[in-house]
Design a protein around this ligand. Structure first.
Ligand SMILES: *Cc1c(COP(=O)(O)O)cnc(C)c1O
Length: 375
């Protein structure tokens, strides 16, 4: 049971000792006996059986020792950050963070007396320059949103470990299928399970993967913050992860074909996809990713993007990502709507860009839909 598809289907499954059913039973109890056991099971302690199924699966998929399942990606990110950052500490963040993470650090860290630096370009010299005597963590996200920027994982992990700093990555866009940062020396891997792990746009959850020691530290804070997940959603997530490999591999294939189609289209100015040789981060992506993922962004020439989207018959204009349905959203109207002109320019984002989360439909149908919308 060493390979990923098998892990997705089988690893961590709870045995149904009573009836011999093949899938994990659901244990919705919030009250468990204590007389004959040392275990004090309680959902908020992150130790009920259905939570542990997901934690075992993700730890194994990411080649790590342990994991902690939380109620959202942001619960995973905030609980992890505040585990390592205390009053007087400093953190280094890469440029191009998920909007929720950007808001969290901008709005909250100062209130906790925590300093931070968001670097201006993600080359390793800039990470190094930003590290101070009180820096505790360096935090990256690759591929990043919405322009699929690539950060060199190994370089950042090596830099952090040489300075005795914890390295953290948001691995949501790649999913554990396409990228395993622990193999490149990263200490902590975070996923919004709302995206590829859930995969059907109907579950909100988050997970942190790391060593036993670090997961215990995060869990201790998590118990106080209370961001655990209920057993029924855990079961739905388990069911989703069983098909993670087949879904993401299909999404990888579809996205490459769509990226190549768009790159040749006369009304498209630029395509951002790490699997295209024209992409700035292609060489590094090729080294650190096993597949290039299901996310791409394209920039159109002067056409009205609202009219364009209204013509779609199959593709829907909606937020979020990672589901089996192909969806698009304009970053300036959604994830980055709170940025001013200057900030948008600085991020390289403009109103002619459309981000696409490619689904598992037949790629011919997705392309037909795009083609007719351009007409
Ligand atoms: C969605 C997302 C998050 C936040 O996850 P939630 O489950 O919405 O809290 C964090 N990082 C990335 C890259 C995301 O796409």
């Amino acid at each position: 049971m060493a390979l990923k598809s098998t892990i997705c289907v089988h690893h961590g499954t709870l045995k149904d000792k009573e009836y011999g059913g093949v899938v994990s039973p659901i244990y919705p109890s919030t009250s468990y006996g204590y007389l004959d056991t040392e275990d004090r099971l309680y959902p908020r302690y992150f130790n009920i059986p259905n939570q542990e199924v997901i934690e075992k699966k993700l730890a194994k998929l990411e080649n790590a020792e342990a994991a902690l399942l939380l109620s959202s990606g942001m619960a995973a990110i905030s609980t992890t950050l505040l585990t390592f950052l205390k009053k007087g500490d400093h953190a280094v963040f890469q440029k191009g963070l998920y909007g929720g993470t950007f808001n969290l650090i901008g709005k909250e860290l100062e209130n906790f007396g925590i300093e931070y630096t968001v670097i201006q370009s993600n080359n390793i010299e800039n990470f190094e320059k930003a590290i101070k005597a009180n820096t505790q963590i360096v935090y990256i996200e690759t591929p990043s949103n919405p322009l699929l920027g690539i950060t060199n994982i190994k370089a950042v992990a090596n830099l952090a470990s040489s300075k005795g700093i914890i390295s953290i990555i948001d691995n949501t866009f790649a999913s554990p299928v396409n990228q395993n940062p622990v193999d490149h020396g990263i200490n902590v891997v975070i996923h919004s399970a709302t995206k590829y792990l859930g995969g059907h746009s109907d579950i909100c959850a988050g997970i942190v993967v790391s060593s036993h020691k670090i997961i215990n530290q995060i869990k201790n804070l998590g118990v106080n913050f209370g961001g655990s997940l209920n057993a029924i959603t855990c079961y739905l997530l388990e069911r989703s992860i069983k098909t993670l490999m087949v879904r993401v591999e299909k999404q990888n294939q579809n996205t490459k074909i769509i990226a190549e189609f768009l790159e040749k289209h006369s009304l498209v100015r630029k395509v951002f996809y790490p699997g295209l040789e024209s992409h700035e981060g292609y060489d590094i992506a090729k080294k650190q990713m096993k597949g290039f993922g299901g996310m791409l962004t394209f920039e159109v020439k002067e056409i009205d993007l609202v009219m364009f989207q209204k013509k779609f018959k199959l593709i829907s204009s909606s937020m979020s990502l990672g589901g089996v349905d192909t969806i698009v959203c304009a970053p300036t109207k959604t994830s980055h709507r709170n940025l001013n002109k200057e900030e948008l320019l600085n991020e390289g984002i403009n109103e002619f860009q459309l981000r696409m989360s490619v689904g598992i439909e037949d790629v011919e149908d997705i392309i037909l839909d795009i083609e007719q919308a351009f007409k």
